[in-house]
Design a protein around this ligand. Structure first.
Ligand code: TYC
Length: 118
């Protein structure tokens, strides 16, 4: 009489909520006191000297807008004095402002870029 094949190893059933039986704790719920990150608008301001093409390049390169949207935002800034490039968590907004100002100064443009609580 042939012997039975060896049975597969048994995996213990999780018996405690929040545990998977393998010793790992599974986070099931966010702490109710955790606050979402505060958001900031990155805003470009109009001036009389920065070339329109440079502003469109900034909106495409640093804010991932397509050519039509970037042109639309640039013209809004040109006519209304200011325009929103995007909304980001605080640290990312600050980084984007720095990148824009560095690029503008490197090219000798007076473009102003600020962040404001959204
Ligand atoms: N007003 C600028 C010009 O006529 C163009 C411009 C647009 C500048 C948007 C800055 O944030 C700006 N060349």
């Amino acid at each position: 009489m042939p012997e039975d094949p060896p049975s597969p190893p048994k995996v213990p059933k999780p018996s405690v909520p929040g545990r998977d039986g393998g010793g790992a704790v599974v986070a099931e719920r966010q702490d109710a006191k955790t606050k979402p990150p505060s958001l900031y608008q990155v805003v470009l301001l109009n001036d009389d000297y920065t070339p329109m093409e440079f502003v469109v390049m900034v909106l495409r390169q640093f804010f991932q807008h397509d050519a039509d949207t970037a042109t639309h935002i640039m013209l809004k800034i040109h006519h209304e004095g200011r325009g929103v490039c995007g909304v980001f968590p605080k640290d990312l907004a600050a980084t984007k402002v720095e990148l824009v100002l560095t690029a503008a100064r490197r090219e000798g443009h007076p473009l102003q870029c600020i962040m404001e609580a959204a």
